[in-house]
Design a protein around this ligand. Structure first.
Ligand SMILES: [Fe+2]
Length: 299
């Protein structure tokens, strides 16, 4: 890993440290209980919660903020971060869907067994689809494009839920062109530095929704491997260096966000060094065709 990437991950780890943020969050909570909440105080509460990876508190703060602004705050249960929110420095928060307990426990176990049984089919991932080269400075990920277990299940789920995902993420109802679908594993030292999955204008053909389903041992033996979703200004590609939403890669959790937002996967530690103890995911991109749907630039 390049020193620049290591330094960036150190900053994410410090800013997102739940223990360090706890006293400040407690102070803010006491202040909000004492005084009439202001949008600024609620926004700070929200930003500290999401940076710490506290998704429940993130959602509550967003609902509270919406109500203070005279809105209903009646967001889908799956919308941890709805679209259209802006941080204090003017970048948009990446809209985020999170679904916990996505599969039955025995289904997740079967998927994990399948991953372990096919260990020799995993390869080191290329940096991206345009750059067919392995680059250990940008990413350390093992990938298996040919997994079979539960593949139909995931494809059907997306088929049935695409309209809802589009709605929550603030995307128009595009027709799915195709879906990239692979199994990934981050073993000890795995990471993926800051990048976006789509750099094209939103009207062009390309990746539109990135989704991941985390799985592995019921009680993980890995640490790290968090998803950092960086606040991004879509028109310029400028991303915040300090404001982000952290998502713990909890087994049996599905997450989705629009592919244009910058993100990173923090370094994973797997002390025992066993492949089966790694941080596994089904990793996917839903692609859209070029179209004239009048894409919103609200986010
Ligand atoms: Fe990505």
């Amino acid at each position: 890993m390049l020193e620049t990437a290591r330094q960036q991950f150190d900053v994410f780890a410090k800013l997102g440290n739940a223990q360090t943020n706890a006293p400040l969050r407690a102070q803010l909570k006491a202040k909000l209980a004492r005084e009439t909440p202001t949008p600024e105080a609620l926004a700070m509460q929200l930003n500290l919660a999401r940076r710490s990876g506290d998704l429940a508190a993130t959602r509550s703060a967003i609902v509270e903020l919406a109500r203070l602004n005279g809105e209903t705050g009646d967001f889908s249960e799956k919308a941890i971060v709805p679209f259209g929110l802006e941080n204090p420095t003017g970048q948009k928060l990446a809209p985020l869907i999170v679904i916990d307990d996505f599969l039955q426990p025995d289904q997740m176990n079967a998927l994990h067994r399948h991953a372990c049984d096919t260990e020799d089919e995993f390869r080191k991932a290329n940096t991206n689809s345009q750059s067919p080269a392995y680059d250990p400075d940008k990413r350390e990920t093992l990938v298996n494009w040919h997994f079979t277990e539960m593949r139909d299940h995931f494809e059907e789920f997306i088929e049935q839920n695409l309209a809802e995902f589009q709605c929550i993420l603030g995307l128009p109802a595009f027709v799915k062109e195709r879906m990239e679908l692979k199994m990934t594993c981050h073993i000890d030292g795995g990471f993926f530095r800051v990048h976006a999955d789509n750099h094209e204008p939103i009207t062009e053909a390309g990746r539109a929704i990135t989704w991941l389903y985390y799985f592995g041992e019921q009680t993980p033996r890995y640490t790290g491997g968090e998803l950092f979703l960086l606040d991004t200004e879509l028109a310029t590609g400028v991303r915040s260096t300090v404001w982000f939403t952290k998502v713990e890669p909890k087994p049996n959790r599905l997450v989705a966000f629009p592919s244009w937002f910058y993100h990173a996967v923090g370094p994973t530690q797997v002390e025992c060094g066993e492949f089966g103890a790694g941080r596994f995911a089904i990793s996917s991109h839903i692609r859209k065709p070029a179209d004239g749907l009048g894409w919103s630039t609200e986010w």
